[in-house]
Design a binder for this molecule. Structure first.
Ligand code: 5AD
Ligand code: SF4
Length: 361
């Protein structure tokens, strides 16, 4: 199969056109892409999978993104915020089971009470885990001051998906108002990075109106922004959102899944030493979605530790693990070992990219 497509993969630099070609690979051609991405992962990252225990802290959200099931305008959602006790039980579970880190995620809320509550939780996580648990935040757009506060309290990674790097498409995905500005989003990402957080972003794959060229440009955006971590997965429609009206125009779920795997592999090939998450949305389409992602490109897994209200945190339909009673860590580890990878214990698993660029300074 040594022909044109094999040749692109031997390059070290990739143009938007090269990336477009890689994303257009069919099933057979993609095997070479996946093989290459696996090799690069092993060379730059190794065989370890790092756990981030996911705590979906609250589904209260002040935004109205057209694609998301917990948007403020969806009055069918029962709104919740976990109690401190629930959060700290999840923290203890992560600590006792030697997870390296936690992710604290919620709908977007910006007010003094929320800022203080999160600071308090960060400090308490550090205390309960004797400083050992790393903390990633995924709490949306905030002010510089708020980001600084949370960083000072001890969080050291932040995820804020750009959703798409195409401003026009971004505007189609969101209401046209101050609260949903593309520029603001970019500004927040810059703040996060400048404050010193390891910075994560990502996009949804297979959105209405999205082209392969948009996705190719997203990869270049990640590169040019010099991001440290990526979380991205397929767009999955939700009945109770305005975007559900475009469901007929979408590619089938299995194609969105395949395209997502190619995006993860291309991200690995182009960006090499960043952290890449095997996201839950992959699992919503394919029962082995996360393992498939780990096998070819991803090195981060976020087991859900949310103790209650999981059914109320549905950004898309068919969200997996809603009825999971108890996280079966042993069988998860077996699945990871079966793809010739190993679970890291008590390690933060920081982005190699972040470490490498800071050691060069
Ligand atoms: N399908 C897939 N991902 C979604 N998100 C929100 N709604 C959906 C959906 N319908 C993603 C967004 C957001 C992250 C928290 O969840 O990318 O940033
Ligand atoms: Fe809120 Fe995030 Fe959903 Fe947008 S994507 S409505 S900010 S939870």
């Amino acid at each position: 199969m040594e022909n044109n497509f094999g040749k692109i993969l031997s390059q070290n630099e990739f143009s938007q056109n090269d990336i477009l070609k890689l994303l257009s690979f069919n099933e057979t051609e993609s095997q070479i892409l996946f093989q290459k991405s696996r090799e690069i992962k092993e060379k730059f990252i190794g065989k370890k999978v790092y756990y981030r225990g996911l705590i979906e802290f609250s589904n209260i959200c002040q935004k109205n993104c057209f694609y998301c099931g917990i948007r403020a305008g969806n009055s069918n959602v029962l709104r919740y915020t976990l109690t401190e006790e629930e959060v700290f039980n999840a923290v203890k579970f992560a600590y006792e089971n030697q997870f390296g880190s936690l992710v604290l995620q919620s709908g977007e809320q910006s007010n003094e009470h929320f800022t203080e509550l999160i600071s308090h939780i960060i400090l308490k996580i550090k205390e309960l885990s004797k400083g050992t648990l790393g903390i990633t935040l995924s709490l949306g757009e905030q002010t510089q001051k708020t980001y600084e506060k949370w960083f000072a309290a001890g969080a050291h990674r932040y995820l804020l998906r750009i959703e798409t790097s195409n401003k026009n498409l971004y505007q189609k995905l969101h209401p046209n108002d101050e609260k949903h500005s593309f520029e603001k989003r970019l500004e927040c990402l810059k703040m996060i990075k400048n404050i010193g957080f390891q910075t994560g972003t990502g996009v949804m794959i297979g959105l209405p109106f999205q082209t392969l060229n948009d996705l190719a440009a997203d990869i270049l955006f990640f590169r040019d922004f010099d991001i440290d971590m990526i979380g991205m997965g397929p767009y999955i429609e939700h009945e109770e959102t305005p975007f559900f009206q475009y469901s007929q125009n979408l590619s089938p779920l299995n194609e969105r899944f395949f395209l997502s795997l190619k995006m993860l592999a291309v991200a690995r090939v182009v960006l090499r030493d960043i952290n890449i998450a095997a996201t839950t949305a992959l699992q919503a389409i394919d029962a082995e979605g996360r393992e498939k992602a780990l096998k070819i490109a991803a090195n981060i897994l976020m087991p859900n530790l949310t103790p209650s209200h999981r059914e109320d945190y549905q950004l898309y339909k068919n969200k997996p693990f809603i009825n999971e009673r108890k996280l079966d860590l042993a069988s998860l580890e077996t699945k990871i070992n079966n793809i010739d990878l190993e679970v890291a214990r008590n390690e933060w698993g920081d982005s190699q990219h972040f470490k490498n660029k800071n050691s060069q300074k």
